[in-house]
Design a protein around this ligand. Sequence first.
Ligand SMILES: *Cc1c(COP(=O)(O)O)cnc(C)c1O
Length: 427
Amino acid sequence: METKTSEELFKRACAVIPGGVNSPVRACSSVGVNPLFISHGDGCYVYSVDGDRFIDLIGSWGPLILGHADTDVLDAIKETLANGTSFGAPTELEVEFAETLCAALPSMEKVRAVNSGTEATMSAVRLARGFTGRDKLIKIDGGYHGHADFLLVAAGSGAATLGIPGSGGVSAGSAQDTILVPYNDLAAIERVFEEVGSEVAAVIIEPIAGNMGVVVPSEGYLQGISALTKKHGALFIMDEVMTSFRVGYGCAQGLYGIKPDITCLGKIVGGGLPLAAFGGRADVMDKLAPLGGVYQAGTLSGNPLAVTAGLKTLELLRRPGTYERLEELGAMLEKGLREAASAASIPVCINRVGAMLTLFFQKGPVNNYADAKASDTERFSKYYQAMRERGIFLPPSQFEAMFLSLAHGSEDIAEIVQAAHESMACL
Ligand SMILES: *Cc1c(COP(=O)(O)O)cnc(C)c1O
């Protein structure tokens, strides 16, 4: 593997971009190497500026479920492109996009498009507060919902605690209304509702946690949250930015049979362009300006190019067999990785739903963030580097999900598994 051109670019980048990257995890700092710069992608492969080919398991952190440079998506974008890129006035494409999302999700009666998952969650929480007239928010420790101030909150001490700022620049005031509870612990949420239930605007949760590594909800957990929010007059916000159209066309709420009050969508809905959305109950959504008093806006919201990429991606996902194929690929990779670890006598815990999975370097089980943090991150670093040397592009953190796409084939999975055998053998 060559890195010379990437190293040169990284040096230039570091002089003018903080840390050389526009999103921190890309810097690869937790895995002890410098990032590779990408020249282009094709199907399940990305190519570095140094000329090496990698099998991509990042998929732009989720969106590229069809793989890179899908010709149908590119052609659709080109067709829209010829008409201009943005109008700041409504277009038919946006209506079609909203209709498509509402048709996919029974919980979604109305929906608004935004530019990023961060905007979707931030707006959803503001809306929940505006609708309920309450301030407090229950959030999962280790859950990620983008980088709005009141969502960048760390746990104080104790099982269910008032939030303290989880980042520089977050005021104590922004953090104090966020209450953190561990994932998969319904009793902890119940206790918060017993104490301050009448002040809670919403519970926000990733139905399948994906940003502490993949962690699967235990039986009845999401149903329990749904019942508790109903009982106490709070809203249930499901952050499906990662899971939407990833784990099924009905998203995670379809898998588990839940109807949240508000759902946040992102990543795949934009087909690789900047687009996200939030939507849900019509009576809640109608509290948004211009109908209601909760303000929310965006110069490029519902951008025609992004909506086109999203619509084409969703259309292709509706082809029969899509999610069966993704499940098949995911199961194949899981099995291969288990065998590789077992052959090297390395304890691992693999959590997977369909084509999203995390291999934790520990024997597990991993049911929440505290469990995930007990993983051997040093071993992960070595594994990451060994895999990259062998042409496998893993997410550069133990606490992220690998994503497979419809562009991956069984021969690609075999290549990944072979690389894992070799890499595990030298850990
Ligand atoms: C990626 C992600 C976000 C943030 O989306 P951005 O588009 O990066 O702002 C929010 N919530 C979840 C669950 C995510 O995975």
